[in-house]
Design a protein around this ligand. Structure first.
Ligand SMILES: [Fe+2]
Ligand SMILES: [Fe+2]
Length: 289
């Protein structure tokens, strides 16, 4: 049974630990919303969700402890596919959290994020099938434990959430995917290349949805979007802006030329600030499915 209230229904999707049940429940909720069977209005919460529903495995570890292996071996490519599956699983939770948490948006906001939840579920399934055909499953390797942190840091404000989660974390996926595909093509893994084709195309849509609702929130408050985005990056993403950027993909996803220039300028600014304080730098790249 699906709760009739939209936000309660989303909360149940968020808390469901089992990936297959989370995906199936999500599809059912999105379809019920599409048929007009869910209502908005008063619902309990929103509460902070420190740990959304997820299975007992994978074990979550610090980003530096996530296994990395070369793409030359099939086993190494499964480690990559596992890391990507984990990002997609997390991305499903990101969608349901937005539907649960932000209560005063137009209907189209919820329609958009439910569509994204369904697409993230399909991305997870494609990667999981790839793992399964290689004799593995999601949960087999340790996974990045920090992905939910940026989400939590943006609980209070839909404008900040839309800026930093789709337009920073998901957009980072656009930057890295074509290069990953080029490497996979070299080693002849056409199957993973074509899975990443599906993911890449749909992820542009997710970033575009983020852009749409970021600008909508800026309009409501009379804020200028480019300036606002730049200030949020400065406030929340010190030292965590990394190129090279997939400029064409990002522009299809609603980035303006000026915003891409700002990303490059901020990256240089953060690097200069870092260089002034310490001799060597290390970094991890976060992205979100
Ligand atoms: Fe996505
Ligand atoms: Fe995805």
């Amino acid at each position: 049974m699906i709760p009739r209230n939209l936000h309660e229904a989303a909360f149940e999707c968020l808390l469901e630990p089992d990936p297959a049940r989370k995906i199936a429940r999500g599809r059912a909720v999105a379809e019920a919303w599409g048929r007009g069977e869910l209502e908005r209005g008063e619902a309990p919460g929103p509460e902070p969700v420190p740990d959304p529903g997820r299975p007992a495995a994978p074990e979550l570890v610090a980003p530096g402890k996530v296994p990395r292996r070369g793409m030359n071996s099939a086993a190494g490519r499964r480690v990559l596919a596992h890391a990507l599956a984990h990002i997609e699983f997390n991305a499903i939770n990101i969608c349901w959290d937005a539907v649960y948490r932000f209560r005063d948006r137009p209907d189209a906001f919820y329609t958009d994020w439910m569509r994204v939840a369904v697409e993230e579920g399909r991305h997870f399934e494609l990667l999981e099938a790839y793992l399964r055909d290689g004799g593995e499953a999601y949960g087999r390797h340790p996974a990045h434990g920090g992905l939910w942190e940026t989400v939590r840091r943006t609980d209070d404000d839909v404008l900040v959430r839309m800026a930093l989660v789709p337009r920073v974390l998901e957009a980072r996926g656009l930057d890295v995917t074509p290069r990953m595909q080029a490497r996979l093509r070299q080693v002849g893994d056409e199957r993973l290349v074509s899975i990443l084709d599906v993911i890449y195309e749909e992820e542009k849509g997710h970033v575009l949805i983020g852009t749409r609702w970021f600008r909508h929130a800026c309009d409501e408050r009379g804020l200028e979007p480019r300036e606002t985005f730049r200030e949020l990056l400065r406030r929340y993403m010190q030292g965590r802006i990394k190129g090279p950027y997939d400029e064409l993909g990002r522009m299809e996803a609603g980035f303006t030329r000026g915003e891409i220039d700002d990303l490059k300028a901020l990256e240089a600014e953060f690097e200069a600030a870092l260089a002034a304080t310490q001799p060597a730098s290390s970094s991890t790249s976060d992205s979100s499915g």
